[in-house]
Design a protein around this ligand. Structure first.
Ligand code: HEM
Length: 495
């Protein structure tokens, strides 16, 4: 007690000299003025959030969450703390993450809105400066028009039977005599094979197999450390890109010759469509432009559809009710085709409504593309927040898909959400696995046809069980089962 009273006396009697008080006040004032003057945006209301550690930002925790397939949790923690729009710092860039309907609408609205599509990092080094992910304005419109024309339902109807043959051939070649298979490898081979045959007319064989290997090495470079010297991932990617371009360049030469000789027409594959394309001045595309577009097209079509197929197969091995309903629908298709040549057409694809609703719900839970970046080209405003020029935006599909104000009971797997007669129709900009607006995926119908054909042939011939129970998923950045989803196969006639 004595000690306490002595101490309180001391405190009470401490009287700092006036000069000290003045000095402290002055330092505090100067410090405050300094912060105001040198704050990057005095008086501007930035979105809430944290930039994390100097230089590293929040990259480490984000990458860790991606690897553990906990990106949704990473996002949700921040959404709960800051709201659906928050700032962060990832991979060396200041960034605003946008989720929810309003955020998606803002990013996807297009026009001259101060938001450009350019991708960060190595994407342009690896896929080329003319890739679809880099170009904008009239050039983008022109090329997108040609590609969309080739990928629209009317065009798919022309080549869907060829697609069906390719799927069957590749599927049964890979599964023949096997009692187990890694689904990721299988689906990668099928989707790559279909894309290369339908887009470029590339026949089966060693060249195609080597192309898949080189293309995979090329894609690895998009996420590599940006160091380009022998031995680095980026260097290997750029070398592999060179080999991919060589093969594609040969195909362009052959196709041009065939077109001159009148053997093929200008609409029968993407090479022809781009070779005959002219801008408003009547100028053709340079070969380098065509090559970069091809690379971006393979990149856009290949892993995305593989992820969807992988997660569909995984879901059906875990959920027998859904497996049986999909099987029943696909058996109806088999019945409808009895007595014909057996090749599936556009009409049969339209019969597979339930299967596609399951696929849609799979993409709500696991969008193959988590989201994507945009660049802010001038100061912009959203929802009362200032977003400075030079920052990046990141739109995120999964957080929007799991929002319980949009999707009732979002953690329930329920394909009936996508019934067209459903009273709770999905509002615009809330279900965005294919993006939205002027950059919406032009390959959505192609992906639908391909997915349904693969599932049709797989489920009508096989049943399967997972070989690694509870195999984790890791996003690097595509969400794949960590061990490639090995499954045991049971041919249907033995089941
Ligand atoms: C399940 C499969 C697929 C998914 C989930 C998917 C998803 C997406 C998304 C989200 C975007 C927009 C990215 C953004 O706005 O930031 C996109 C763009 C694109 N997709 Fe897909 N995609 C799939 C399959 C395909 C296929 C099969 C093709 C080609 C046949 C394709 C070609 C493209 C192209 C060319 C773009 C760029 C469009 C542009 O910039 O104008 N995609 N895709």
């Amino acid at each position: 007690m004595d000690f306490l009273s002595d101490f309180s006396d001391l405190t009470f009697e401490f009287k700092p000299p006036l000069i000290t008080i003045l000095l402290v006040t002055l330092i505090a004032l100067v410090f405050r003025l300094f912060r105001l003057k040198f704050s990057p945006l005095p008086g501007k209301k930035l979105p809430p959030g944290s930039f994390g550690f100097p230089l590293l930002g929040e990259s480490l925790s984000f990458v860790r969450a991606q690897k553990q397939d906990r990106t949704d949790e990473w996002m949700q923690t921040r959404i709960d703390k800051y709201g659906p729009v928050f700032k962060t710092s990832l991979f060396g860039s200041k960034m605003v993450v946008l989720t929810g309907q309003a955020g998606s609408r803002f990013v996807f609205s297009g026009g001259n809105n101060g938001i450009s599509y350019n991708q960060p990092g190595n994407v342009s080094k690896v896929l080329g400066k003319y890739s679809l992910f880099e170009i904008s304005g009239p050039k983008h419109k022109l090329i997108r028009g040609a590609i969309s024309n080739f990928l629209k339902p009317e065009s798919i109807q022309r080549y869907v039977q060829e697609m069906d043959s390719l799927v069957q051939k590749q599927l049964f070649k890979e599964l023949a005599g096997k009692d187990s298979v890694k689904i990721v490898t299988l689906m990668k081979k099928i989707t790559f094979n279909v894309s290369c045959s339908i887009f470029f007319g590339l026949p089966d064989g060693k060249v195609k197999d080597q192309l898949l290997e080189d293309f995979s090495t090329t894609v690895n470079g998009t996420l590599a450390v940006p160091l380009n010297f022998p031995g680095t991932v980026l260097h290997r990617a750029i070398q592999a890109r060179g080999r991919v371009c060589k093969v594609l360049s040969n195909l362009i030469t052959i196709r041009k010759r065939e077109m001159e000789e009148g053997i093929v027409d200008s609409q029968d594959n993407i090479i022809s469509s781009l070779v005959v394309l002219r801008n408003e001045n009547g100028e053709p595309l340079m070969e380098q432009e065509i090559l970069d577009i091809f690379l971006s097209l393979i990149m856009a079509s290949h892993d995305t559809t593989t992820v969807l197929l992988t997660h569909l197969v995984r879901l059906m091995s875990r959920n027998s009710e859904i497996y049986n309903k999909v099987l029943a629908e696909q058996n109806e298709v088999v019945e409808a085709k009895k007595g014909s040549d057996g090749k599936l057409t556009w009409n049969e694809i339209q019969m597979m409504k339930y299967t596609w609703r399951v696929a849609q719900e799979v993409m709500r839970f696991t969008p193959p593309i988590l989201g994507n970046f945009r660049q802010v080209t001038r100061d912009i405003h959203f929802d009362g927040f200032h977003i400075p020029k030079g920052w990046q935006l990141l739109w995120v599909a999964s957080s929007t898909h799991m929002n319980n104000n949009i999707f009732e009971d979002p953690n329930k797997f329920d394909p009936s959400r996508f019934e067209t007669s459903s009273k709770a129709a999905v509002p615009p900009y809330t279900y965005v696995p294919f993006g939205a607006g002027p950059r919406i995926c032009p390959g959505a119908e192609f992906a639908r046809a391909e997915t349904l054909l693969v599932i049709h042939h797989l489920i009508t011939k096989y049943q399967w069980t997972e070989l690694i129970p509870d195999e984790p998923v890791t996003r690097e950045p595509m969400p794949y089962p960590a061990m490639g989803l090995p499954v045991k196969l049971y041919p249907r006639n033995d089941v």
